[in-house]
Ligand binder design. Structure first.
Ligand SMILES: Cc1ncc(C[n+]2csc(CCOP(=O)(O)OP(=O)(O)O)c2C)c(N)n1
Ligand SMILES: [Mg+2]
Length: 354
């Protein structure tokens, strides 16, 4: 199943230790966020328990000095790996600000996207723009690649999203235009209550890439080293102007779809135990110990630091205040319209808000 080629080097001990710290931080923050929802600190959250390796590994492979990442609503692990401020990220789950309060341009992370499949279209548009920008004089996509290759987009979506028409349009255009995009599907077995078998004809998303003449990699999404190497391989292909790549990371949504979902209504604990595969955090711990790259003290320290960091985020989230309502008029267009200005003043008169 794992199609990582030998041209992608093995990860170093230092990289593996960094990845372990990231996986542990994501695991602890994710568990904490579910608890915050139960405690009434945030109204809702989409857990990613079990998907840490898929998210951390893929984001870890990116070059944040030039690439751009387009998330769904479940990519806290990718955001944390990019170094996004986690209070600003969690603002969307506190309902303080839709899409997160972080700056997408400096963090290289597009706003959190709840429209299933929506981020994939944005990624293709952005990536096509990179090829146009590489040959501005001609007004056409560059044929000659810059020496260090093109900036690339990484876009996340789920097995459920892959059944949407938008995904077909995005992939077809990306392949025709040879846009530097990595389509990263987290096949976590579920689209809310529907198993993959009930909504992905043929049972595999990766197989569809052939229809677009697109390179595809299927990878064990619970093994972070496999994910990093697959993403690096895909990026090299996209940067060279050879076109987009589809990565299908096989993983499992161990928790509910969101904090308002009860998976006990459509699957049993036995199903979960049978289908979940390896725990990504435990798997990397085993790999580190058996290769002699880390000892138990390192793992314990990473855990303690992650718990403490999640607690700092909680305090920040609790401090978050509502944003001024007038901002809803300010971020619609770069240059506002008369109609919007009129609406804003009518809203002020009616609501007495500032
Ligand atoms: C366009 C659109 N249709 C439907 C929904 C409702 N919805 C939210 S999540 C979801 C399932 C998505 O499943 P998948 O793509 O596998 O992602 P996962 O939640 O497993 O990460 C649906 C149907 C939505 N948010 N947007
Ligand atoms: Mg899914």
């Amino acid at each position: 199943m794992v199609l990582v080629t030998s041209t992608v080097p093995e990860l170093s001990g230092d990289e593996l230790r960094r990845l372990y710290r990231l996986l542990t931080s994501v695991r602890q923050l994710d568990l904490a966020a579910v608890a915050w929802q139960r405690q009434g600190i945030i109204p809702g959250y989409a857990p990613e328990l079990g998907q840490e390796a898929a998210q951390v590994g893929s984001a870890f492979a990116m070059d944040t000095s030039r690439d751009f990442i387009f998330p769904t609503y479940r990519e806290m692990g990718a955001a944390l790996t990019l170094g996004v401020d986690m209070v600003e990220y969690m603002a969307t789950h506190k309902a303080s600000w839709h899409g997160g309060l972080y700056d997408p341009v400096t963090t290289r992370l597009a706003p959190i996207q709840a429209v299933v499949g929506g981020s994939v279209l944005h990624a293709v548009g952005w990536a096509h723009g990179q090829r146009l920008a590489a040959a501005p004089a001609s007004g056409r996509p560059a044929d000659e690649m810059p020496a260090d290759g093109l900036p690339a987009a990484l876009t996340y979506f789920g097995d459920g999203a892959s059944s949407q028409g938008d995904i077909h349009e995005a992939m077809n255009f990306a392949a025709v235009l040879k846009a530097p995009v990595v389509f990263f599907v987290q096949n976590n077995g579920w689209a809310i209550s529907l198993p993959t078998s009930a909504q992905v004809a043929g049972g595999t998303v990766a197989a569809r890439a052939a229809g677009y003449g697109m390179k595809a990699l299927t990878v064990d999404g619970n093994d972070v080293t496999a994910v990093v190497r697959a993403t690096r391989e895909a990026l090299a292909h996209a940067r060279a102007g050879l076109g987009p790549v589809l990565i299908e990371a096989m993983t499992y949504r161990r928790g509910p779809h969101s904090t308002s979902d009860d998976p006990g209504r459509y699957r049993t604990l036995e199903d979960e135990r049978r289908d979940a595969g390896a725990d990504p955090v435990a798997l990397l711990a085993e790999q580190l110990l058996s290769a002699g790259h880390a000892d138990q003290d390192f793992l314990d320290a990473a855990h303690a630091d992650a718990v403490a960091a999640a607690e700092v985020v909680r305090l920040g989230v609790q401090e978050l205040k509502p944003r001024p309502g007038a901002e809803m008029f300010e971020f619609v267009f770069a240059e506002t319209t008369q109609q919007l200005t009129d609406q804003a003043s009518a809203w002020r008169k009616e609501s007495e808000h500032d």
